[in-house]
Design a protein around this ligand. Structure first.
Ligand SMILES: Nc1ncnc2c1ncn2[C@@H]1O[C@H](COP(=O)(O)OP(=O)(O)OP(=O)(O)O)[C@@H](O)[C@H]1O
Ligand SMILES: [Mg+2]
Length: 456
């Protein structure tokens, strides 16, 4: 399932905007990234998509379900009615019909909202969202293990990890539960924990518990073929859904392994970081938020695709606002590559302020938003961060005052006033680190001019 395009009419700062998302005929990837200044409208776009998709989710959950309405605050201040049109391509949607052509796989719907006390200019059109949802409900009726598409929105308020992990009831989780809060709250870590614990309990019932294994490990001191055999038995009894989640987290976070629920000294979730066992609450903000995001995505996919050998290959649409949130530049760089290799069949719609996110992968559609206008950008793959800052994000690559002084120095050298140039250079050398590459270049240039002059 993928969003082909959408249109906003009088939403947020946009009076009318049409946007095609990747994959397009020119861009085969599954990733679209929006960049733009603060207030350029990135969140408005993602939130509108989430609002629109919430209708599909609630109609999959129940026939007459209602999604979220457009918030009155989001209707453009100069308009009375705001609307969101969406076109979704879903091959599943008509699979019962052998004569279906391409157009039959496209589902359009419109959500509209008019301010209180104003005349309605446009109304919602929801027949095709019902049709598409109907299809998934009939699949589920026939086979309660049939796959559902993942639909999730991670807003900037997604860092919700610091909740106490107390568990009162034991839940059982169904496929439909995987939509819980998927468009409103983003990362639902409590659910993640509850689900993980429930799966682990079943895993342990059918296999060997981690705690027993831990004890055996110390007793056997990891020697002998008995130990290897035991490892094999355990691997084969591992729960496929849990394996998916563990794999996803390990592939995103090098050095981390062995995520599990531990009962002692009290119930908590633990993970090994470079061999040391930690309570996940002890992880840093960046580690926690990446783990929670990837864990949440993987858990929902696993729940939605109970029959897939590798549930991470499940289908769906994921929206993430400010995808680089809390992440060190090194992790920002490889982020998109990891998202697309770990979740190959998900369409990602992202926003970012980071030059590193968009310069590290060939395969993505990048849009720049500027004052309500949308421009498609050429690939930024391989560009250095400075060029992206300068050309795409309209940002000076260094402090403007220092930049002015450096330019001034170069002009003085060019003009041949070498005494003045020397004093300006000395002044800057006092101010900046000795490794500053522009200063080193200026020093060389000045020396060259001096040598030339001495020769003459
Ligand atoms: N109802 C409205 N009518 C007109 N303009 C609006 C309305 N609501 C929001 N805006 C404009 O849209 C902007 C907010 O857009 P949005 O939150 O999508 O920006 P953003 O690109 O996500 O910015 P940031 O990078 O700071 O998160 C506001 O600055 C405001 O100017
Ligand atoms: Mg925003």
């Amino acid at each position: 399932m993928e969003i082909i395009k959408f249109r906003l009419i009088n939403i947020g700062r946009f009076s009318e905007i049409d946007i095609h998302l990747a994959p397009t005929t020119e861009q085969s990837s599954n990733v679209t990234v929006f960049v733009g200044n603060n207030g350029s409208g990135k969140t408005s776009l993602l939130k509108s998509l989430a609002t629109s998709l919430s209708w599909l989710v609630s109609r999959i959950r129940s026939e007459k379900g209602n999604g979220s309405p457009i918030d009155e605050l989001d209707i453009n201040n100069l308009a009375n009615t705001g609307a969101i049109d969406i076109a979704i391509f879903d091959e599943q949607g008509q699979s019962a019909n052998p004569d279906a052509d391409e157009g039959d796989f496209i589902f359009n719907w419109t959500i509209a909202k008019t301010r209180k006390g104003r005349k309605v200019e446009q109304s919602s059109q929801l027949s095709e969202v019902s049709l598409l949802a109907d299809h998934y409900r009939s699949l589920l009726s026939k086979d309660d293990k049939s796959a559902l598409p993942l639909i999730a929105f991670y807003s900037v308020n997604r860092a919700v990890l610091d909740i106490p992990l107390k568990i009162k009831d034991k839940h059982t989780f169904t496929q439909l539960d995987s939509y819980d809060n998927s468009l409103s709250r983003g990362v639902d870590f409590r659910r993640f924990f509850e689900w993980f614990r429930e799966r682990e309990d079943t895993e342990n019932e059918s296999g060997l518990s981690e705690d027993v294994l831990e004890k055996l490990k110390t007793m056997l001191d990891e020697k002998g073929s008995f130990w290897e055999k035991l490892e094999k038995v355990r691997a084969s009894s591992r729960d496929r859904q849990l394996t998916a989640v563990r794999t996803a987290i390990v592939s995103f976070m090098p050095g981390f392994s062995n995520l599990r629920v531990r009962r002692k000294p009290r119930l908590h979730m633990s993970i090994e970081k470079n061999g040391e066992s930690l309570n996940v609450m002890q992880l840093s903000q960046g580690e926690k938020s990446l783990m929670a995001l990837v864990g949440d995505l993987a858990r929902r996919l696993a729940m939605m695709n109970p029959d897939l050998q590798n549930p991470l290959r499940g289908d769906g649409i994921v929206l993430i606002d400010e995808v680089e949130l809390h992440l060190h530049p090194q992790w920002q760089r490889s982020l998109i590559e990891r998202l697309t290799t770990t979740f190959p069949n998900i369409q990602f719609v992202l926003s970012t302020h980071s030059p590193l996110v968009i310069s590290d992968s060939k395969n993505m559609l990048i849009y720049s938003l500027d004052d309500g206008d949308l421009t498609e950008l050429p690939s930024q793959f391989g560009q250095d961060a400075n060029s992206v800052l300068l050309e795409v994000m309209d940002t000076d690559i260094r402090n403007a005052q220092v930049n002015g002084k450096l330019n001034d120095l170069l002009d003085t050298i060019q003009d041949g006033d070498l005494v003045l140039a020397n004093s300006k250079l000395n002044e800057l050398e006092n101010e900046l680190p000795s490794s500053n590459i522009e200063l080193i270049k200026a020093r060389l240039l000045l020396r060259k001019q001096e040598l030339r002059r001495e020769k003459n």
